[in-house]
Design a protein around this ligand. Structure first.
Ligand code: IVH
Length: 731
């Protein structure tokens, strides 16, 4: 290729890579496989190698893909609604990494591993050394800092130079210790690793999301990364995330090798994989790769390759780093398993929100332990991109996803009898002309109030566990709808026992149980009722934020766009959806009927004051306070904290009143557990600011920020000014 053409191709590749970086790292919804992405990157590397004069500092070959939304702000025009929702959730403080957080050079070619070994040997001038071979966990990178044996901060990789502070969320991940055990840890060190979601938790989460008509995550990696950046730390705790750590960093570490360092980390209670192996040459490395390429299918979590690292720390130092990678490590990546099968037909399914999804019916084919018969084709764009025809032989891939996807067409096997699929212009269920909003990948049936799968889908969503939690199966709802007895959720509350007894197979007991469950659902909290209404783009977490912000439905219904945009989780897409919902007269009537039936459309007194300022904090109280100890415990719980009776390494702080128990104080001092006063706690609660841990801020000044001596404002050392929201730290 001549230089002029190379210039054009380089630009195209850079654009495509940046776009896919954004989809992968920020939106958590990639549209190409890792393999396809890597091919783009290899293409760019090859051209830049051929024309070094065309290499620029900001080329994707020279920097790591950033998980910071701000890195892609000029790409807004292409943002998908799903991506927008993801981005609107990200509001984290950013902190610089002490050591740059780099990525790994990777290859799918085993001979490249040999080349790496050779390069390393050459670089180390014939000295003998070993390799640590490890699983490459498919999750999202995390950097944990421990100081004095306590977890101080957790940062995402970000752009490698600075990352998002996700400490509050990380504290809800079960296997990350907040306090180390044993002795001998460095006063301060960093340990890096991967947050991942085991298949079981992933399947559970996606099943829930699909039922609630939220976009399912494409794979466990995206699910882990999306979950880590949720705004509600308690919700993070429910996602079943896990962590594995694989890289210890610090000044003057007392270890000769990487393996020794990780063994020590394990002794301190940190989660380190036991599936590592020290190999002395290429043949041992290859043996390890071969073993895990077969065995990984039985692991309960996703792995996408093997990482091979020079084990001796002194030699790692000798080899050093490029701008993007360590020269002492390389990743060998596994190709996702594929199967080739015939596309028999395509169904077009209409969901609760009216979105139309093409689903492929396939000739059954075995793939990674299950038989695949159906696969998602996502949307029209995807079908056109694949140039898919009915009757084609297609490649299906799973690679961690529960819904297999079609990744390509085997054109060499295309027969003469294939037909070009016709995406319907009308709703396959109700015949209404489909519409596609600007920026949306999917077509929608706009007949929200008259299209049967939409009506039924809304009813099923309304009664679901996370919404109104009415004990009834989807079949009951379908039966009630088909018989014309129920069209909207409010109709459910008009049902009588006589109505139900007219249904086939219903007896006194089943009817009574259903009515009782409906009655009980009337005490469902406002945030759940709001979620149950099924307003487009409003998931469980967003419903919670909205309920807490507006407190009642009337305030929400009358809010203008600017007011809506003030809420944490709300961006343009959600604000527009709320406004559209309340401009529909039918929804207003429906809400009035549900109100009359007795459902909660405002926060009750307890909910009103509930906060998660103390989320993730375990607090021990001791001594006397201005209120009773039971009242103090209730306050802690109401603000998301946990009470505990004895001081241990797991205790976040000891709340000491007058005459605290000397034993508790002694124990807290011994373990380095922070001791705070009633004024400290109250100040923090009245400040309404989350207890975000901060590396630089461990002192409390007792200074007031408006409220006399009540708010313990944390100061940025050296600046003397109170830190911004979210950084007030007592723990
Ligand atoms: S070592 C200096 N070890 O894969 C880089 N990384 O594709 C040190 N990863 O950025 C990284 N398992 O996020 C290392 N056993 C392992 C890993 C691992 C997964 C991730 C990590 C890295 C990415 C590169």
């Amino acid at each position: 290729m001549d230089i002029e053409h190379a210039k054009i191709r380089i630009e195209e590749l850079r654009k495509a890579i940046e776009e896919n970086n954004r989809r992968y790292y920020v939106d958590n919804s990639p549209i190409i496989s890792d393999y396809e992405y890597d091919q783009l990157m290899y293409g760019l590397i090859a051209l830049e190698k051929q024309y070094p004069e065309l290499v620029t500092e900001d080329s994707p070959t020279q920097k790591v893909g950033s998980d910071l939304a701000s890195a892609y702000m000029d790409g807004q025009a292409h943002v998908t609604p799903a991506g927008k929702e993801e981005r609107e959730k990200k509001e984290f403080e950013q902190y610089p990494h002490r050591y740059p957080m780099l990525s790994l050079g990777n290859t799918y070619d085993i001979t490249e591993v040999d080349a790496f070994v050779e390069r390393a040997s050459r670089g180390l001038g014939g000295n003998s050394f070993t390799f640590s071979c490890e699983l490459k966990f498919d999750g999202t990178a995390i950097c944990l800092t421990y100081r004095d044996g306590r977890l101080l901060r957790a940062l995402t990789r970000g752009d490698g130079a600075q990352g998002d502070d996700v400490t509050r969320n990380v504290k809800h991940i079960g296997n990350i210790p907040q306090v180390l055990k044993g002795t001998g840890w460095p006063e301060e060190f960093e340990i890096r690793g991967e947050i991942y979601m085991p298949y079981k938790a992933f399947d559970r989460l996606n099943a829930e999301r699909e039922r609630d008509e939220e976009q399912p995550f494409a794979n466990p990696r995206n699910a882990a990364s999306g979950s880590l950046k949720l705004l509600d730390p308690k919700e993070v705790g429910h996602r079943g995330l896990e962590c594995t750590l694989y890289h210890l960093l610090g000044e003057d570490l007392p270890f000769a090798s990487h393996d020794e360092a990780l063994n020590a980390a394990k002794e301190w209670g940190l989660p380190v994989s036991g599936k590592r192996k020290i190999c002395k040459d290429v043949s041992e490395i290859e043996e390890y790769i071969e073993y895990w390429d077969a065995e990984r299918k039985f692991l309960p979590f996703a792995t996408d390759g093997i990482v091979i690292k020079v084990n001796e720390l002194a030699f790692q130092k000798t080899l050093g780093y490029t701008a993007k990678f360590p020269r002492w490590a390389v990743a060998y990546k596994f190709k996702a398993e594929q199967a080739l099968t015939k596309l028999i037909s395509i169904d077009y399914q209409v969901g609760r929100t009216g979105a139309v999804t093409p689903v492929a019916n396939l000739e059954p084919v075995p793939l990674s332990g299950t038989t695949v018969k159906r696969a998602s084709l996502h949307n029209l764009d995807q079908m056109q991109l694949l140039d898919i025809h009915v009757g084609d032989y297609v490649y299906v891939e799973k690679g961690g996803e529960i819904i297999p996807k079609i990744t390509g067409v085997e054109l060499s096997r295309r027969g003469n009898d294939v037909t070009l699929p016709e995406f319907p212009s009308r709703c396959p269920d109700c015949g209404t002309i489909l519409v596609r909003d600007e920026g949306e990948a999917k077509f929608f049936c706009p007949n929200t109030d008259g299209c049967p799968p939409q009506i039924m889908g809304k009813l099923v969503h309304f009664i679901s566990r996370k919404a109104m939690n009415v004990i009834a199966g989807d079949a009951t709802v379908e039966q009630l709808f088909r018989l014309g007895m129920v069209r909207t959720p409010a109709d459910l509350y008009d049902l009588t026992k006589e109505d139900l007894l007219r249904l086939e197979g219903w007896k006194d007991r089943s009817a009574e149980r259903f009515l009782k469950s409906l009655e009980a659902s009337k005490s469902t909290s406002f945030e759940h009722v709001l979620f149950a209404l099924g307003i487009r783009h409003i998931g469980e977490t967003t419903a919670k934020s909205i309920a807490r912000h507006f407190r009642n439905i009337d305030a929400l219904a009358s809010a203008g766009k600017d007011e809506l945009l003030e809420v944490n989780d709300i961006g343009e897409v959600i604000a527009d959806s709320i406004i559209a919902f309340f401009s529909n007269e039918r929804n207003i009537v429906e809400i009035a009927r549900l109100k009359a039936a007795g459902l909660h459309f405002e926060m009750d007194a307890i909910e009103q004051d509930r906060t998660d300022i103390l989320a993730g904090q375990t607090i021990v109280i001791s001594g006397n306070f201005s209120i009773s100890r039971d009242e103090m415990k209730a306050i802690i719980e109401k603000n998301g904290g946990k009470n505990s009776s004895s001081v241990s390494r797991k205790t976040s702080c000891l709340l000491a009143g007058t005459k605290p128990g000397p034993e508790k104080i002694k124990k807290a001092e011994q373990l380095g557990v922070r001791i705070i006063s009633e004024a400290d706690l109250m100040g923090m609660l009245s400040g309404g600011t989350p207890a975000a841990p901060s590396a630089d801020v461990t002192e409390t000044t007792g200074e007031s920020a408006g409220e006399e001596a009540a708010v313990s404002a944390a100061e940025e050392p050296g600046t003397g000014k109170a830190m911004a929201d979210g950084q007030l730290s007592l723990f």
